[in-house]
Design a binder for this molecule. Sequence first.
Ligand SMILES: NC(=O)c1ccc[n+]([C@@H]2O[C@H](COP(=O)([O-])OP(=O)(O)OC[C@H]3O[C@@H](n4cnc5c(N)ncnc54)[C@H](O)[C@@H]3O)[C@@H](O)[C@H]2O)c1
Length: 310
Amino acid sequence: MLGCGAIGAGSGADPHPDVGVITHAGAYQACADTELVAVCDADPVRAEAAARRWGARAYTDVAELLAEARPELVSVATPDPTHAELLERCLRAPGVRAVLAEKPLALEVETARALVALARERGVALAVNYSRRFAPAFQRLRADLGIGTLQHVSGLYVKGLAHNGTHWLDLLRMLAGDPVVTSGRDRLGEPGPDPTLDAELALPGGAHARLAGLDTQRFTAFEMDLVGTLGRVRITESGHVIERFAVADDPRHPGYRVLVADERTTGALRDTTLHAVTQLVRGETACTGEDGVAALELVEAVRELAFAQP
Ligand SMILES: NC(=O)c1ccc[n+]([C@@H]2O[C@H](COP(=O)([O-])OP(=O)(O)OC[C@H]3O[C@@H](n4cnc5c(N)ncnc54)[C@H](O)[C@@H]3O)[C@@H](O)[C@H]2O)c1
């Protein structure tokens, strides 16, 4: 049984059945080979509430948790600007064998690279929670998109290219291979260090991808639409739904062939954090620190083009 620590007790609500086990604390409790020994939140009320809920010891200071509870597996699920410092502490702590980091690994790619180098030096497995990577439904898509030769990918996201856009860029890498950024645009003009930018990317094999950031006041959005020579896959509702379209006779225009809805999968992201933890226990991960760095390298390339001086 591996002793585990969860840092950051923000999202504690009971999830919809489609979501399943998504919190880090919940994953350590649900996994047969792990035991949640400690939770940490800078807010003492949240720390105590999480400790009561999960039957673990409460800490408000990460250094104390690491020194006293001596977890072997640790999660960092705090706000993005705190990730790098907390991850470094976890990676340096004696006894820690694996770290599951919420995305993004860091705010800047250089810092993320240094974290991956530190993990390697310390012999600690570092995984990043780009959740779709851990989902069996997405792993089946990766093995075979089933749409012939990929032609075009488009998508939507909200709330920061590093914060949420890296989920999309990572999914693009997973399903279509490593892209090259060809354009970046600051259409929304958001203030702050992580604006929601638009991007265009060239994919291996000649396909093209286009990502648009939305300014959403009333809804959130994460979608990817992949069109090939033989069909189409649409990933909607943040990835919980995967729709397949197949080539069929056009019922309105005899003699024409069109794409028609064929199959709809829901619950495609069920239990992703549990899958991530189960993999780490086995010494594996579907999303490495290097994947976390690669996503941030794409962010940097988009930012460079979006803010290039004419
Ligand atoms: N992988 C996913 O799909 C997914 C989904 C949701 C959130 N996230 C990521 O998880 C992280 C947390 O998101 P959230 O929605 O739970 O945020 P949140 O703001 O609701 O909660 C974060 C918690 O961390 C605590 N905290 C802040 N600084 C701390 C510190 N130094 N030490 C200990 N605790 C500290 C806060 O008090 C708060 O309770 C973010 O990085 C976000 O990107 C990932």
